[in-house]
Design a protein. Sequence first.
Length: 241
Amino acid sequence: MGGRPRPRFRSVWVFHVDASACNGCDIEVLDVLTPFYDVERFGVKLVPTPRQADALLVSGSVNRQAVIGLKRVYEAMPPKPRIVAAVGACAIAGGIFYDSLAVYGGVDKIIPVHIYIPGCPPRPEAILFGLGQLLGLVNKKIEPRILYPGRRVLDRKYGVLFNERLYKDLRYYLTRYVGYYDRDYILDDLLEIINSSRTVEELREKIMDKASRLKDPRLREVYSIAGGYIVEKIREETGAV
């Protein structure tokens, strides 16, 4: 039945964590705390320590330097309810930095996330609506969905030889040789070859065979160089011969 949802909490004490944000989302969080929006009327209060917090408001794409601090803050919270809200596009999926070697690409890669508040940055009204869902004051309006199902970056699958870190290494390496436009086409092709290979030797042979069948001598050189690079990286990662 429809109608007003049953309240989940009478009040929520929150602790705000900046996990390498640009401060855009942080300013919007501060706006929510001002008398104009007055989030405390709903029982939401900002606390100075995670030991007193029921929930975390996390902003930022979570770079490698922020990971340890974020984990420590999460572990310092009381065991229950220990709720996490990802505020902004960077906290949800890395934002414009989703493929950077310096970031993990979202808070849920490090700790569990219960509420996603989208936007770059999200408006104070959006943050209030997310907190309202947490309190059980409003119902969810939409279900999560993938906006671009054809893009590999959103649904990448890796075979036995590959992983996310090696993918980013190869992506960065190709950028230096062919630029941003042609890189993704070559990368998709190489990823298909990598995922269909069971051994490093099989991978090397398939990439060399692909390179030999290309008519453009520049592409042949790129495939050969990239193939040698990724074979070396996989051997370093897995110890395969």
